[in-house]
Design a protein around this ligand. Structure first.
Ligand code: PEP
Ligand code: MN
Length: 240
């Protein structure tokens, strides 16, 4: 899964989508509703952004994944989004999880900023208990005393989650490190650790991104990364 942190314009998301698809990405990501630490930071384009993401997905033939922040627009997400993302900040929003348990759409559940593996699994259980068995778990880094990286990517969670559950496990090296040059080594390690997928932020102009530019890859860097990751996956007997 690859694409911009947030949808910024029709042209931006379509151009990134085309590049990601050409490099072999299977699913297009893009935030329309952004949970920012500061209320003064870019909050996303909302429903307009969702329309732009949907259009880019259609034009490129890619399914789309986008974050839902509340049940307010659940119907729109059910209609337009192929995988509904629950962000780290909402991992234990049990009202939201219960609503998502009654639908028939895949949910990408991201690990909370300070959530244990057990808590992540119990959050997944909330979605499945109501009848939605399509849950994808996502390790995206946790808060530790280390500040060099934005979060500490807990790759040891991957084999634990694979052992404790049957659910697919995806790793997000972009939010996990916060540094674009760390995305390659952590992606390689994630595949070697048994991850079933990766979600990577790609932007056409990272220095001017409205959100998370410092951790976003250019399409050219993403393309080189995908070539290397195919080799690592092959060593593990898997394909990208
Ligand atoms: C994101 O994927 O853009 C995002 C906000 O992720 P997280 O919830 O992991 O911080
Ligand atoms: Mn982001």
């Amino acid at each position: 899964m690859a694409g911009p942190c947030s949808v910024e314009s029709e042209e931006q998301v379509l151009s990134v989508a085309r590049d990601c698809k050409a490099s072999g990405a299977a699913i297009l990501r893009g935030g329309a509703f952004k949970p920012r630490s500061s209320p003064y930071a870019f909050q996303g384009l909302g429903l307009e952004g969702l329309d732009m993401l949907k259009a880019a997905g259609r034009r490129t033939g890619m399914p789309i994944v986008s974050e839902i922040m509340s049940t307010e627009y659940l119907d729109r997400f059910i209609q337009d989004v192929d995988i509904i993302q629950v962000g780290a900040r909402n991992m234990q929003n049990f009202v939201l999880l219960k609503e998502l348990s009654h639908i028939k759409k895949p949910v990408l559940l991201k690990r909370g900023l300070a959530a244990t593996i057990e808590e992540l699994l119990m959050a997944a259980e909330y979605i499945m208990a109501g009848g939605n068995d399509q849950v994808i778990l996502c390790e995206r880094g946790i808060r530790t005393f280390e500040t060099y990286t934005r979060n500490t990517l807990d790759l040891s969670a991957v084999p634990v989650l694979k052992r404790q559950s049957h659910l697919p496990v995806v790793v997000d090296p972009s939010h996990g490190t916060g540094l674009w040059w760390m995305v390659e080594p952590m992606s390689k390690a994630a595949i070697a650790a048994g991850a079933d997928g990766l979600i990577i932020e790609v932007h056409n102009d990272p220095p001017h991104a409205k959100c998370d530019g410092q951790q976003s890859l250019t399409p050219a860097v993403f393309d080189k990364l995908m070539q290397k990751l195919r080799l690592i996956a092959n060593v593990e007997g898997r394909d990208i």
